[in-house]
Ligand binder design. Structure first.
Ligand SMILES: *Cc1c(COP(=O)(O)O)cnc(C)c1O
Length: 361
């Protein structure tokens, strides 16, 4: 990913939500080794977890803080997004009580309607902050709502609005160290959005922001020998048991599948409690012995069934790939996401806690 950056541009690796389900600590360590400059987490608790595990790199809490999290933020040397004067006041009060400084990243809302002050209010906010000596302004940033769109117009407009906030600050002679806005989709599609730092998440894990960006990634890969997106996560299980079910036998809750032939139905020890969403029932495929086979019958909490009638030599204990590679076949997380009517992010974050993460160096 670094090979996409212009000289001098820094990278904040976004490791929120347990590193998009991949495991916060191992991914953070790998990303820092690979040249990430800073880290982005969602909430204070995620930042504390990394600090307690020895991570010293700067950590920005992207979502911001609730009043009862402010002390933990300050004591763990985390920095927060700042989007209101009331938060500034509270941060400053708590920091003085604790005898510390607190670092903040000013958020400008350029079209997301979620967090931040309007571009025209930014100099007002910075002026207000001059009154608080223990608040250290580290950056100014914004977030794109539609950088994965085919139509660039809205993102270009957000970039312009962000630039106007920067211009206003410059005119008022306020010097803020860093400006940033690019998420993965913007980094892939809008080189002009790099400013001083970029904040990719999903692409670091080798997944696409949306399927629509597949061709963009292909052409970047052709142009830049150092760049490619390789999926970091594969999701695997094993066959728990295999049943011979005669033609006409219903399978699982609600009899949503009935065998159309004498069948071999394998039961897998994975279900919706592991993040295998029920909406995938009778839709998804998995890999067994290098072949795609269909999932059949309602996905249960802890189990689901697949039809292995056509798989020669299939045995209990065989590896099953839910997404990832097996032999010559691949199932992309994006394909599962499409069937579940969602995006890869939700599938990856949704892989349950009880699914062991195994790291292969
Ligand atoms: C999650 C997040 C990102 C990363 O987004 P991706 O689409 O995963 O690259 C960047 N910035 C902010 C503020 C975020 O919340």
């Amino acid at each position: 990913m670094r090979s996409l950056l212009k000289p001098g541009v820094k990278m904040m690796a976004v490791v929120k939500a347990n590193a998009y389900g991949h495991g916060a600590l191992p991914c953070t360590q790998a990303l820092l080794e690979a040249g990430a400059d800073t880290l982005g987490v969602g909430i204070v608790a995620e930042g504390i977890e990394l600090r307690e595990q020895g991570i010293r790199a700067p950590i920005h809490v992207l979502v911001g803080v609730l009043p009862d999290e402010v002390d933990d933020l300050i004591q763990n040397d985390l920095t927060t997004t700042l989007y209101s004067r009331s938060l500034a006041k509270m941060l400053s009060q708590r920091a003085s009580q604790l005898g510390k400084e607190v670092g903040v990243h000013l958020k400008v809302d350029t079209g997301m309607g979620r967090l931040g002050v309007p571009p025209d209010d930014i100099t007002g906010l910075v002026e207000y902050l001059q009154g608080f000596k223990n608040i250290r302004i580290e950056s100014i940033f914004t977030h794109f709502s539609s950088a994965d769109d085919e139509d660039p117009a809205f993102t270009q407009n957000q970039i312009e609005r962000f630039q106007s906030a920067l211009d206003q600050l410059k005119k008022a002679k306020f010097n803020i160290p860093l400006a940033h806005c690019a998420n993965s989709a913007a980094l892939l599609q809008f080189p002009e959005s790099q400013f001083d730092l970029v904040r990719p998440g999903i692409a670091l894990y080798g997944a696409l922001p949306t399927q629509g960006l597949a061709t963009v990634v292909e052409s970047l890969t052709l142009k830049n020998k150092n760049f490619s997106l390789l999926p970091v996560m594969q999701w695997k299980t094993k066959i728990l048991t295999i049943n011979s079910l005669p033609k006409g036998t219903p399978v699982s809750y609600g009899k949503k599948f009935v065998t159309q032939r004498n069948s071999l139905i394998a039961t897998l020890p994975v279900g919706y409690a592991d993040g295998l969403e029920r909406i995938l029932t009778n839709k998804m495929q998995v890999l067994v012995r290098g072949h795609k086979v269909s999932q059949v019958g309602t996905i249960c909490m802890d189990m689901c069934m697949v039809d292995v009638t056509d798989i020669d030599g299939v045995q209990e204990g065989d590896e099953v790939v839910l997404f990832g590679r097996q032999g010559q076949e691949t199932i992309e997380v994006d394909a599962m996401a499409a069937l579940a009517e969602t995006i890869s992010y939700e599938i990856l974050c949704g892989v349950g806690r009880r699914v062991p993460r195994v790291y292969i160096p």
